[in-house]
Design a protein around this ligand. Structure first.
Ligand SMILES: *Cc1c(COP(=O)(O)O)cnc(C)c1O
Length: 371
């Protein structure tokens, strides 16, 4: 089905630009395996985030999450748990499981919809064996209590992995860019994210030793002698994807500013009693999350927007613990906020340089929906 206003409309490099990049790739005869484009992208991503981080590119963020869990914890035997919110994308809990660990779900706090620190503390102080925390910067919004999360992980001497998939270019409340927190942060360069290349991922970390492990992991576990020294996989980013990444990185600040403009416009049109998660305006804005007054008004708005030709989604409904595969996993406490919010959430399209007519269409369908 095609929509007047599709959920995503990524601005990709022009055909001329890509042709130029492809020509240079063919001329170098280097198509993958840490070629010049990939090396330059990794260096520039690290410089962009700053904070003394090293950036390691990968073929997508899910591989990057698996690489991180594996590199930080080793292969699990299914007995140890990793704390993760249920109000997130399924990739994080899946990465935990792929590495031989068990997700244990925490709720979210109601204002920013970010993982609940008190529940994580509760889980850690119980007699459960917990190997790590997978903190999700939900919707790419930087966690307002990131320093406390780091402190909590430090107290229990466990890694803090930060899934910032949708948040490249977002800022924490102290103004720092996402990317230098915890043991490492993960970003997705999937086409649905603000920094879109198609498929791609990047890990940023201040830990050089970890960065090296990640490079090995994504290259079959090969050491310098091209012999597998550790268990690895193929998670490399191809040169053409890196070339697209370099083009996109050049325009990232303008792209984010433009996406934030859209959020401001939506905010002015919010129906009475509706709200947005705290911190959305300081994020790179993957899409616009709105919390309706109740489920009925959310469902009405959803139907009306779709009828008006506006493609909308519901992130995250169902929450991960309500998806069949993950339904049996342990919860620290009943996930009340998660369940309440997933009943009321609606995700509106945000385009870079969004056309005025598209914006008007969304806003008018949204405001009608509330009456
Ligand atoms: C998009 C997303 C992922 C997965 O990223 P891919 O690059 O598609 O593998 C993981 N976690 C979160 C929170 C995401 O939004």
């Amino acid at each position: 089905m095609s929509f007047d206003v599709p959920f995503i409309r990524p601005r990709m490099p022009s055909v001329t630009e890509i042709a130029e990049d492809y020509e240079s790739i063919v001329a170098s005869n280097w198509f993958s395996n840490f070629g010049p484009k990939e090396r330059e992208l990794a260096r520039r991503l690290g410089e962009y985030v700053d904070g003394g981080v090293t950036a390691v590119t990968m073929n997508n963020a899910t591989t990057a999450l698996i690489a991180l869990v594996h590199s930080l914890l080793g292969r699990g035997d299914g007995s140890r748990r990793v704390i993760v919110p249920s109000f997130t994308f399924a990739a994080g809990p899946a990465a935990i499981e792929w590495c031989g660990y068990v997700p244990i779900f925490v709720d979210i706090e109601p204002d920013g919809l970010q993982p609940d620190l008190e529940q994580a503390r509760q889980a850690l102080s119980s007699d459960r064996t917990i190997a790590a925390i997978l903190l999700c910067n939900t919707f790419g919004i930087g966690n307002a209590r990131i320093a406390e999360w780091e402190q909590l992980a430090g107290e229990y001497e466990i890694p803090l992995i930060v899934d910032s998939a949708a948040g490249f270019g977002s800022r924490y409340s102290d103004g720092r860019l996402l990317g230098a927190a915890g043991s490492a942060e993960v970003f997705s360069l999937h086409v649905t994210k603000p920094f879109a290349i198609g498929e791609g991922g990047v890990v940023t970390t201040r830990d050089l030793d970890l960065a090296q492990k990640l490079e090995r992991f994504q290259n079959f576990g090969f050491g310098p002698g091209r012999a597998a020294e550790d268990l690895g996989t193929n998670g490399k980013l191809a040169e053409i994807m890196a070339a697209i990444g370099l083009r996109q990185l050049a325009g990232i600040d303008r792209a984010i500013a433009s996406r934030q403009d859209v959020v401001r416009a939506y905010r002015e049109a919010l129906p009475t009693g509706w709200r947005m998660p705290t911190g959305l305006g300081a994020s790179s804005v993957c899409f616009a999350t709105l919390i309706a007054l109740d489920r009925t008004s959310r469902d009405d708005a959803f139907a009306r927007l779709m009828r008006a030709g506006v493609e909308v989604r519901r992130y995250y409904e169902p929450a991960v613990h309500r998806q069949p595969h993950f339904a049996g996993f342990e919860q620290v406490a009943p996930l009340k906020v998660t369940e309440d919010i997933s009943d009321r959430v609606i995700s509106l399209p945000v385009h870079e340089e969004m056309e005025a007519s598209a914006l008007v269409k969304v806003v008018s369908a949204l405001t009608q929906a509330s009456s």
